[in-house]
Design a protein around this ligand. Structure first.
Ligand SMILES: CC(C)(COP(=O)(O)OP(=O)(O)OC[C@H]1O[C@@H](n2cnc3c(N)ncnc32)[C@H](O)[C@@H]1OP(=O)(O)O)[C@@H](O)C(=O)NCCC(=O)NCCS
Length: 170
């Protein structure tokens, strides 16, 4: 399933190549291992909350009884440049987390992943998405705010951000 593309231009400033969003499959461990090798420590910490990235949190599947899906941004089909994970909690709510490969940031990949995931979530009947961001993570906060997320609460270290989706009539 392909959800959208970022053509060359404003959203794809660095390489001028085409980025596609598709589902990431649980069999793609090798591609994810390569992805992890291209992450800077500060990005690992921002996504995983520690300096030890875990492939388990990036792969889709069923964990602790919760169903999760993942979307990958790719340029060649196999090279993963960004991953958005969406874990369905109590219906119709899901938690999201996103990360772009450190050497491909600011190309519009995060925005494209988030936009496609919002569309997907809406079509699936999800009503509320939320996520957690460090208070210092201005990049992620700007990204999600632009996509309609609002800060729900803050404990001084972490922001909980949420977005209520329109009801889909599909
Ligand atoms: C947050 C993150 C996913 C953004 O991904 P990205 O692919 O670089 O983002 P995009 O290029 O799509 O940028 C979209 C918008 O986000 C904001 N943004 C992205 N990087 C930014 C930065 N360094 N500073 C300020 N705003 C930034 C901007 O509003 C940007 O729009 P613009 O380029 O028109 O100004 C990326 O920085 C990342 O992987 N960080 C580490 C993991 C993380 O923090 N995840 C969030 C918690 S789960």
């Amino acid at each position: 399933m392909t959800f959208g593309t970022a053509e060359s231009g404003a959203t794809n400033r660095t390489l001028g190549s085409k980025i596609s969003i598709r589902e990431l499959h649980s069999r793609e461990e090798e591609a994810i291992m390569t992805f992890l090798l291209h992450l800077e420590p500060e990005d690992v910490r921002a996504r995983f909350g520690s300096l030890r990235p875990s492939i388990r949190y990036l792969l889709p599947g069923i964990d602790r009884g919760r169903h999760s899906v993942a979307f990958a941004a790719t340029d060649t089909g196999t090279t993963v440049l960004g991953i958005l994970n969406l874990e369905c909690l109590t219906t119709p709510t899901a938690e999201i987390a996103v990360i772009t490969r450190s050497d491909h940031k600011r190309r519009g990949i995060g925005r494209l992943l988030l936009g496609c995931s919002l569309l997907w979530a809406e079509r699936c009947g999800l009503a509320h998405l939320f996520g957690y961001i460090s208070v210092q993570n201005t990049a992620a906060l700007a990204l999600v705010r632009a996509a309609g997320f609002r800060v729900i609460r803050c404990d001084g270290f972490t922001l909980e951000v949420g977005n209520t989706l329109p009801v889909s009539d599909l």
